[in-house]
Design a protein around this ligand. Structure first.
Ligand code: SAH
Length: 214
């Protein structure tokens, strides 16, 4: 079983991620190391390495492997950087960021997902990831500013509290657009006091629900 999962993971990295142009060796290594199947229900282990999102309960999903790799790559992470993730979900993306050597803070609004992810992350060796149950559109003001902010749910626009908690230099990534349709992955780069906004292409994410979300 374990060997099969490792082989599935290796194939996922080669065929879904590397072949589509994500070649950063540190991103590929992190995705080879994190046992993605342990972030989904046992009944769905067989789907964990497939090329699509997988349900994690409460109408939410763990993102497609390629999208996790792409967003991680776009963050231009260096070891030791602080990263705020909004939308802990299963904890998988947080584990990948932790594997990249980042210092990770992650916020989830659904209590059951928050509880499960916290336990899972510490059991799998990611006890350093700090988890909070809250409306993540408000960020985590006491812990900021953050070098990087990653929102893994789609909102109507960039939440202002998150912009306020982005360091200079800093990069923020968030899917923006209609509810579950016409979403663009938006990158906001803060540099020398300026904000640069860039669209990185179409994506499909579950809704960002909260004060500065839907
Ligand atoms: N990054 C996750 C997948 C995210 S799914 C993983 O790797 O598994 C999107 C998650 O965002 C869901 O769990 C949803 O409950 C959460 N979410 C939506 N709005 C939120 C908000 N305002 N604050 C925190 N979490 C939110």
């Amino acid at each position: 079983m374990r060997v099969d999962m490792r082989r599935s993971r290796e194939r996922m990295v080669r065929e879904q991620i590397e072949a589509r142009g994500v070649r950063d060796p540190r991103v590929l290594a992190a995705m080879r190391r994190v046992p993605r199947h342990l972030f989904v229900d046992e009944a769905l282990h067989g789907q964990a390495y497939a090329d699509h999102p997988v349900p994690i309960g409460f109408g939410q999903t763990i993102s497609q492997p390629y999208i996790v790799a792409l967003m991680t790559w776009y963050l231009e992470l260096e070891p030791g950087m602080s990263v705020l993730e909004i939308g802990t979900g299963s904890g998988y993306q947080a584990a990948v960021l932790d594997e990249m050597g980042a210092r990770v803070w992650t916020v989830e609004r659904i209590p059951e997902l928050y509880d499960a992810a916290r336990v899972r992350l510490s059991r799998l060796g990611h006890a350093g990831v700090r988890c909070k149950l809250d409306d993540g559109t408000l960020g985590w003001p006491e812990a900021g500013p953050f070098d990087r902010i990653l929102v893994t749910a789609g909102g109507p626009d960039v939440p202002l509290p998150l912009l306020a908690q982005l360091a200079d230099p800093g990069i923020l990534l968030i899917p923006v657009g209609g509810s579950r349709r016409d979403q663009q992955l938006v990158m906001v780069r803060r540099q020398g006091g300026e904000l640069l906004r860039e669209n990185k292409g179409g994506v499909v994410f579950v809704d960002l629900v909260g004060r500065h979300g839907w």
